[in-house]
Write a protein that binds this ligand. Structure first.
Ligand code: LLP
Length: 432
């Protein structure tokens, strides 16, 4: 993971993490460009170059920033966005519209118009209401738009309930009973080009069982549509969700574990219904960026409740990593300045927010912890910065990128004045 220990100090990407903490202050997000590009190259080797007619789109909700977009562009993969904010960030970073697809279960007219105006390669239509909006807009603009339909495959991903999305009782996707009708409406619409179907069954999955089940559902829709209308679906997007290692509760998997069986089943099902295998798209987010990220904190106050628990507070918390509080997610950590020392005590790492649930790691095994120590939490690249907040008016951390043993600031730390920069004072309060 690009980690090494020199003189009792943890190095990440060849750089002393204690020095990084000193230089940029804490909490600090760090992204190692080498790990990130290795992950993308792994995808190329084991998916893009292994199969023909396939595409990878990085799920940008995991972590999006201008520098990250440029790496995605440089590495030649596509991007999935879910809001005009993500789309703006991508376009502003010079991503090609051709490499962007647009998701979301409640896209506004404004967002749809922005996608159509900018020739975004595919809009993933999530509902019948959205289909109506797109028909209205494309007719008005007289502009042909490529769409895919997100289906609700009625398949539950084996993961935390909050990140399981394929089950029938889900806000995402078009229910199976309406999908053929949706396709027929799209086929008959003058300015809509129906390219394919999409599903995403959940996130942080270790088995591909839900992908395989959902594939069978998707191919049966493709078959029904072909029988009823002679229309052949050309593309199938099977979403993301490929699980990563955070702690000993998780098992590290090769990427081929997820995709080989998916590709094999696609070939088999396509053959069965006598069509050319559709173009297969995948949308990994976490799998691409999670491991490339670490977070550095400084240890503050320590409280030892004899016989109960020892707490060590850090200078961040749920504001920079809400995942433990939200999904009971577990992480591993090390004390950067005691990297060679033996773990002798159990310490619960908590944040500084006014919430008892503001815990980052429960009962971490660590060397003797002291105020001023620098703590590194691993695998924080995905869904940490992107889900960060200003709760308790904490300042969101800076992000530093490491490449070839050099460090580059890719997002500045928030400043106090940022906290009030959007505040306005109504006239009746101005003299106070
Ligand atoms: N495609 C679609 C349509 C999605 O909704 C998602 C994630 C992905 C791809 C990428 O999933 P990934 O490969 O990263 O698992 N905040 C949660 C995760 C929410 C995921 C939402 N959708 C977490 O921190 O675990």
């Amino acid at each position: 993971m690009n980690l090494d220990i020199r003189n009792n100090t943890l190095y990440f990407g060849g750089i002393n993490t204690v020095e990084l903490a000193k230089k940029y202050n804490t909490p600090l997000y760090i992204i190692d460009e080498g790990i990130l590009t290795d992950k993308i190259r792994d995808l190329k080797e084991n998916f893009l170059n292994k199969y023909d007619n396939v595409k990878v789109l990085y799920a940008s909700k995991a972590f999006l920033n201008t520098a990250i977009c440029k790496i995605i562009k440089k590495e030649g993969i596509g991007l999935d966005v879910v809001s005009k904010g993500e789309l703006y960030t991508a376009l502003n970073a010079n991503m090609n519209a051709d490499d962007i697809i647009f998701h979301g279960n409640n896209k506004s007219i404004d967002e749809l118009k922005m996608a159509i105006d900018n020739n975004i390669s595919r809009i993933i239509v999530d509902s019948m209401d959205e289909l109506e909006d797109i028909i209205y807009l494309t007719n008005k603009l007289k502009k042909t738009t490529n769409i895919m339909f997100r289906i609700t495959p009625d398949v539950r991903g084996k993961t935390h309930d909050y990140i399981s999305t394929g089950q029938k009782d889900s806000k995402f996707g078009i229910p199976l009973e309406s999908i053929i009708q949706a396709c027929k409406i799209a086929i008959d619409s003058e300015y809509i080009n129906l390219k394919g179907l999409h599903f995403h069954t959940g996130s942080q999955l270790f088995s591909n069982e839900s992908h395989l089940k959902a594939l069978r559902v998707a191919f049966s829709i493709i078959e029904d549509l072909k029988d009823e209308t002679k229309y052949t679906i050309e593309e199938l997007n099977v979403g993301g969700g490929f699980g990563v290692f955070y702690s000993d509760d998780d098992t590290e998997m090769d990427f081929t574990h997820f995709t080989d069986e998916i590709m094999e089943l696609c070939e088999e099902l396509a053959k069965k219904i006598n069509i050319k295998r559709p173009k297969i798209m995948i949308e990994p987010g976490r799998w691409i960026i999670s491991k490339a990220g670490i977070t550095l904190y400084e240890i503050g106050n320590i409280k030892d409740i004899k016989g109960i628990r020892k707490y060590a507070s850090v200078d961040g918390g749920i504001t920079d990593n809400i995942r433990p509080a939200l999904y009971n997610a577990s992480y591993t950590c090390m004390i950067s300045n005691k990297a060679d020392e033996e773990s002798i005590e159990k310490v619960t790492i908590c944040g500084k927010c006014c919430e008892s649930g503001d815990v980052i790691i429960k009962d971490a095994k660590l060397p003797k912890i002291e105020k001023g120590d620098i703590l590194t939490v691993f695998s924080t690249g995905a869904y940490n910065e992107s889900m960060s907040s200003n709760y308790n008016k904490l300042l969101r951390p800076a992000v530093v990128m490491l490449k070839d043993s050099k460090d580059y600031l890719i997002k500045r730390r928030e400043e106090l004045k940022d906290l009030v920069s959007r505040d306005l004072v109504p006239e009746f309060l101005q003299n106070i």
